[in-house]
Design a protein around this ligand. Structure first.
Ligand code: HEC
Ligand code: HEC
Ligand code: HEC
Ligand code: HEC
Ligand code: HEC
Length: 415
């Protein structure tokens, strides 16, 4: 869609001072040699320049990305606590597993896995997680692998992106790669969890997303999660079509397009039945990633006389795993089998029926139905660890449900 765009006026570019001044300082790409004397982090950042190097020229993109969950992918208390559970588990021998998606430069530096672990555990890693270079150094993906595997090119000073006609700058070369407008770029981290490979089809995190109406209409992940807007591609460059890098998901207004709720109520003397139709508009599973501890919850609350809650119930959408000992676990890396799968499938309509005693001493009552992302779940030792690790304690974001959609209805008891 951006391919037809024309590049900005060259005269304008030549006079943009930022382009000239900053060019000399982009990463260690400028100098080679003496590698054996450099600290491991410096070596890593010579190949995968730190996002702070891109910020100077791509301030808008940087600030958007900085607000997104991607910029916190190895920084959260929940990640630290679950990484610790993982490393102590029998699956934990493959120490780099989590970083393959949470800090994918590990692929090029498997020997430095301890640095990634130490930095994460410090609570304030200076290594990037899923940042600029981690996506824009991907030259192509190997589609013969499932999920498609990224092929990084780290020693040519070329950054790959969506533009055919990128304006030249002195910090890096730019080259168009068609995968930047294709879901293939995202699948490696969003389609399945490698540790749970023995779960087979049940490890499929997106479901039959490619058969959904939403995707058949030609929409790639970027269409919804990196919506098109108009802005500066680099500081001072011409305004053109750019992609929002806040990655709307749990955060952002995309949520309002996630589901519709429909309520039908039947009052039959002493008993009332409420039928809730949950219609997912999402073209992939909901929730998608880590459906053991990440859930979506439908809450029903009935408020009778004086708006007092007289009945409450809920349904949970997620997966229940069991481990090798046959015990339930929320951790996908311990799972050997899925014993329950209530994840909302792509564009599925789910019917839920609730029955309760008709509220007494009132002519009307209220029904409140809400679909939320649930708080993180797991054994109490894990949840306590998250709380202890977080500077916000029990107020940490992972403990707060996030509303997706809500409906309220006033019901007449009759007579
Ligand atoms: C290198 C792995 C990787 C790639 C490639 C990747 N992601 Fe992600 N993505 C992650 C991780 C890890 C998180 C979670 C970060 C966190 O919350 O700690 C995430 C989070 C997200 C979220 C936020 C979800 C939420 O709950 O709010 C969205 C949306 C998203 N990614 C979309 C995309 C899209 C679209 C692409 C392709 C253009 C993509 N991702 C490519 C690893 C990746
Ligand atoms: C296949 C890629 C992949 C692997 C492997 C992976 N994750 Fe994730 N993880 C993601 C994505 C994508 C998200 C974002 C989910 C969302 O928000 O919908 C995420 C989210 C999370 C979150 C919640 C977000 C946060 O930071 O608060 C935690 C915690 C987490 N992962 C821990 C781990 C741990 C620990 C491991 C290793 C055992 C691991 N992950 C392995 C892709 C992966
Ligand atoms: C998860 C992968 C991912 C991450 C992380 C990421 N990008 Fe992008 N970026 C993309 C994709 C995909 C596109 C093309 C989107 C489209 O055209 O639909 C893009 C487009 C761009 C563009 C051209 C369009 C625009 O929005 O200006 C620039 C410049 C860019 N990214 C810079 C950056 C910088 C700088 C960072 C870090 C602050 C960053 N990106 C982080 C995937 C990513
Ligand atoms: C000296 C300033 C400067 C620095 C530093 C810089 N860029 Fe750029 N970048 C530009 C300019 C100028 C463009 C062209 C914008 C246009 O054509 O609209 C560009 C274009 C891009 C594009 C689009 C390429 C394409 O063909 O689609 C991407 C992606 C990108 N930069 C990523 C990065 C990343 C990642 C970093 C940090 C490692 C970075 N840039 C550092 C100035 C810079
Ligand atoms: C037609 C629009 C659309 C497309 C295409 C789409 N999504 Fe989503 N996605 C949504 C909506 C709507 C939600 C739920 C609301 C929200 O979280 O904002 C969602 C939620 C998510 C979440 C967060 C949910 C969770 O369980 O934490 C992730 C991660 C995600 N999508 C990744 C992807 C990836 C990867 C692709 C490409 C394979 C993709 N999406 C394609 C609309 C879309």
């Amino acid at each position: 869609m951006l391919n037809g765009e024309r590049g900005p006026d060259r005269r304008f570019v030549a006079s943009a001072p930022a382009v000239v001044i900053v060019c000399l300082t982009l990463a260690g790409w400028a100098s080679q040699g003496v590698a054996q004397e450099l600290k491991p982090q410096t070596v890593i950042e010579k190949s995968f320049p730190h996002s702070s190097k891109c910020k100077r020229c791509h301030e808008r993109v940087f600030e958007e990305w900085d607000l997104s969950p991607l910029s916190k992918s190895i920084h959260s208390a929940a990640f630290r606590a679950s990484l610790d559970v993982f490393l102590k588990s029998s699956a934990g021998k493959d120490k780099g597993l989590c970083f393959r998606c949470h800090a994918p430069q590990i692929r090029s530096f498997p020997d430095h896995v301890q640095l990634f672990i130490d930095q994460t555990m410090s609570g304030d890693p200076s290594l990037d997680g899923v940042a600029c270079s981690q996506c824009h150094l991907i030259k192509q993906v190997d589609r013969t692998k499932h999920p498609p595997e990224p092929k990084y090119e780290t020693d040519s000073k070329v950054l790959y992106g969506p533009y055919k006609d990128a304006v030249q700058n002195l910090a890096h070369q730019s080259r168009e790669a068609d995968i930047f407008q294709k879901s293939d770029l995202c699948l490696n981290c969003h389609q399945s969890v490698p540790s749970a490979a023995n779960l087979g089809k049940a490890n499929d995190l997106l479901g039959d997303w490619d058969k959904s109406q939403g995707v058949k209409g030609g929409r790639e992940c970027q269409h919804c999660h990196m919506p098109e807007q108009v802005g500066e591609s680099a500081n001072g460059e011409r305004k053109r079509k750019v992609a929002n890098h806040t990655f709307p998901g749990r955060i952002g207004t995309l949520r309002q397009e996630a589901a519709k709720l429909d309520i039908q109520t039947k009052v039959e003397a002493e008993r009332t039945t409420v039928i809730v139709k949950v219609q997912s508009l999402v073209p992939h599973n909901l929730p998608t990633t880590h459906p053991g501890w990440a859930t979506v919850i439908l809450n029903l609350e009935v408020k009778g006389k004086n708006l007092k809650t007289v009945f409450a119930d809920s349904r949970t959408y997620g997966r229940t795993y069991v481990d090798a000992k046959g015990e339930k676990t929320v951790f996908d890396f311990e799972a050997v089998k899925v014993v329950a799968d209530t994840v909302l499938k792509p564009e599925e309509t789910r019917i839920e029926t609730f029955t309760f005693p008709t509220p007494k001493d009132t002519r009307t009552f209220d029904i409140e139905v809400a679909l939320n992302y649930g708080a993180i779940t797991g054994p109490s030792s894990f949840l306590e660890r998250v709380e202890a690790e977080s500077s916000k304690g029990s107020q940490d974001a992972v403990f707060q449900p996030i509303e997706i959609v809500k409906r309220t209805e006033n019901v007449l008891v009759g007579k």
